[in-house]
Design a protein around this ligand. Structure first.
Ligand code: ASP
Length: 324
């Protein structure tokens, strides 16, 4: 029997509401052990050890908690007595945790995140099946060597490419162009395509207890400059601009970034557009801006925080963005 570590961290999957008809107004109430026990047949899918480092709505997760989780996952994938890891997580910031794990954990053992869009008290809660499917994916040898995965709504997505794309529907998680890697349907795990994970972690977790502050600033027509000044004054180490189109910046964003770069901050042009890359342009050499390439603003922020924590310079960060 496969040996899985099941880590509960909270979210809607662990939440209930006094009124079963409420799909969005609920409290995190359930521990992972009880959640597993409540799903018929789930605990027999593998030899499952449960852990609960915290039990929280993912909108309130702090960097220290995410790093703590990452260190535990790293320890687990190095443990010869554990064959795979499943993490239950709130969907609001699931893609952020998943991307940090993608950058810091490189193991052939499956690491699978899942959550739910509907609380456990809802008449058609999606959590129980999502959890069963995540356990099935994590115990399946076909999941080996595929990097960090997200299982939601019968689909298996690469953490590298997943993003929440709907506020309430059970098919909330989308992907950038590639489509799902595979599916879990009727108990069967099937992969249709492969996205190679990083062969070695982009960043070590050793010694990381916090990460430098990096702000994301949304750009738009007639944007103001004061948000850039506020970020600089607050002492952030970097700014990711969710710019327009291919990372085009409004005049205020250009001025704000120029000021930030003069003060030694790293500024990345990303895009508020959900699909497509932000490619480098000749003017970046003069302005000192970096292009986010294939990363969305949230992903670029996570990569930049990790890079700054490791004292990477601008050139090393741009090279990283190009290969992620
Ligand atoms: N607010 C919840 C959370 O992220 C939403 C969810 O899990 O779907 O924890």
């Amino acid at each position: 029997m496969r040996r899985l570590l099941l880590i509960g961290t909270g979210g809607t999957i662990a939440a209930t509401s006094a009124d079963a008809s409420r799909l969005t107004d609920y409290q995190v109430t359930q521990g992972i052990q009880a959640m597993l026990a409540a799903i018929p047949g789930a605990s027999a899918l593998a030899d499952i050890r449960c852990e609960q480092p915290f039990n929280t709505d993912s909108k309130a997760l702090r960097t220290t908690q995410v790093l703590q989780l990452a260190r535990r996952v790293q320890q687990a994938v190095r443990d010869p007595d554990i064959d795979g890891v499943v993490i239950t997580h709130g969907t609001d910031s699931l893609e952020e945790t998943a991307f940090l794990l993608h950058l810091t954990i490189a193991s052939p053992k499956p690491v699978v995140l899942t959550g739910a869009m509907r609380p456990a008290s809802a008449p058609s809660a999606d959590g129980p099946l999502n959890l069963i499917n995540a356990l099935l994916a994590a115990r399946d040898s076909a999941s080996a060597g595929r990097g960090v995965l997200i299982v939601m709504n019968d689909g298996i997505l690469a953490a590298r490419q997943a993003a929440k794309g709907h506020t309430t529907r059970v098919d909330a998680f989308g992907h950038d162009g590639l489509g799902v890697l595979g599916s879990v349907c009727d108990g069967q795990v099937r992969y249709r395509q492969r996205l190679d994970p990083l062969a070695v972690p982009a960043f070590s977790l050793t010694g990381l207890r916090s990460l430098p502050a990096v702000d994301i600033i949304h750009d738009y027509q007639d944007a103001p400059a004061h948000v850039y000044l506020a970020a600089i004054q607050a002492g952030v180490r970097g700014i990711v601009v969710a710019g327009m189109g291919n990372g085009s910046l409004s005049p205020a964003a250009e001025r704000g970034c120029a000021q930030a770069i003069r003060r030694g901050l790293i500024c990345i042009r990303a895009s508020r557009v959900p699909r497509g890359s932000v490619t480098a342009k000749a003017a970046d050499t003069d302005t000192g801006l970096l292009a986010a390439q294939d990363l969305n603003p949230l992903q670029a922020r996570i990569a930049l925080r990790l890079a700054l924590a490791h004292n990477w310079d601008r050139d090393a960060i741009q090279a990283l963005l190009q290969r992620l």
